[in-house]
Ligand binder design. Structure first.
Ligand SMILES: C[C@@](CO)(OP(=O)(O)O)[C@H](O)COP(=O)(O)OP(=O)(O)OC[C@H]1O[C@@H](n2ccc(N)nc2=O)[C@H](O)[C@@H]1O
Ligand SMILES: Nc1ncnc2c1ncn2[C@@H]1O[C@H](COP(=O)(O)OP(=O)(O)O)[C@@H](O)[C@H]1O
Length: 300
């Protein structure tokens, strides 16, 4: 039996960050959207356990740990332990989500592994248990399971879908060099020593999503980590200006960066913005959101 599960990248339409909790995590008010850039995970029955990887030609394979240190190894171990099993299977990752790019590629792989191994092992984990295991793996993993557009609270792991009546056109510009999420949060703490205990709700953004209005959404996009990311990567400010000058309604850093995402008014506007940005950047992707969370695409 061979099963392929596809999991999407996420962007943060809103990322409100509060003061660090006692456990070191930051309380978040995040609006996630799953976009059409995917990692595919293929699992095949085997007696032992193995993980291998291929990457898109613009991704540096050496940035993805193998040999037991990949997040999919932890996903397999947690799901197996939940059912009193030992992990088994050959798992193959086909990666097109930027690594350490603020797009939750590792989280997507973890979510895909949970969905794929649940089927491979025939263990029929409940949705509630799968979400709980996902939350143990990482703050962004539950969202990768549900996809769509969702509000994330707690440390980002408590997710609920929100009304979204738009088809949103995005231009994405990843960087070849990733950024460390903990380092960006640490710099945020230096920049904003008086962050609130609970970041406020992004009411205007939620209304723009419900209305399907790209101009209102563009005006409401917000990321509390953006200044910290720009301090650590000053070149990104010029990229955001260039995307907006090329016709995007608005450009922002996604998550802890360094990927910058540009909301465009239409498919044509996205293609034109991307063409302009390609004169200076090797990798410029055009995509839409919202798309589904981790889901099987082939089963033989
Ligand atoms: C910043 C965000 C925004 O969506 O995305 P990315 O930029 O990583 O994609 C997330 O909060 C990243 O979530 P994720 O990458 O799953 O984080 P985790 O594995 O849970 O935690 C990694 C580290 O990030 C920091 N962290 C993460 C989440 C959170 N609410 N507060 C934190 O301070 C902690 O230093 C933690 O040790
Ligand atoms: N399957 C995986 N894909 C990508 N990175 C992984 C994976 N497993 C572990 N990692 C580690 O997790 C780090 C964060 O990866 P990623 O999820 O791509 O970024 P981000 O947290 O910015 O969204 C990487 O730098 C890498 O060391």
């Amino acid at each position: 039996m061979t099963l392929t599960v596809r999991a999407p990248a996420k962007i943060n339409l809103h990322l409100g960050v509060g003061a660090p909790r006692e456990d070191g995590f930051h309380p978040l008010t995040s609006v996630y959207q799953a976009v059409g850039v995917y990692d595919d995970l293929t699992v095949t029955r085997a007696d032992g356990w193995s993980v291998d990887l291929v990457v898109a030609d613009w991704i540096d394979r050496s940035h993805v740990p193998l040999g037991g240190a990949n997040i999919v190894d932890r996903a397999a171990a947690l799901l197996a332990a939940h059912h009193g099993l030992v992990p088994s299977g050959d798992l193959h990752i086909d990666k097109a989500i930027p690594v350490a790019g603020g797009m939750a590629g590792g989280s997507a792989d973890a979510a895909a592994a949970l969905v794929a191994l649940d089927r491979l092992w025939g263990v029929e984990t409940s949705d509630a248990d799968l979400l709980a295991i996902a939350a143990e793996l990482g703050s962004d993993v539950p969202f990768a399971l549900i996809g769509g557009t969702a509000l994330g609270t707690g440390r980002g792991e408590i997710v609920e879908p929100v009304a979204d009546h738009g088809t949103w056109w995005w231009v994405l510009v990843p960087s070849t060099e990733g950024m460390s999420t903990p380092a960006v949060y640490r710099h945020f703490d230096e920049l904003v020593p008086d962050a609130p205990a609970v970041p406020p709700m992004p009411d205007a953004l939620l209304a723009a999503l419900d209305a399907g209005d790209p101009h209102a959404l563009a005006a409401a996009l917000h990321n509390d980590l953006q200044q910290a990311a720009l301090d650590l990567r000053p070149d990104l400010a010029g990229l955001i200006d260039a995307g907006e000058a090329a016709g995007a309604l608005r450009g922002v850093v996604t998550g802890s960066g360094p990927t910058c995402v540009f909301l465009c008014e239409s498919a044509d506007a996205a293609r034109a913005t991307a063409a302009d940005l390609r004169t200076a950047h090797d990798v410029v992707l055009v995509t839409t959101g919202a798309v589904a969370g981790a889901h099987p695409v082939s089963y033989v």
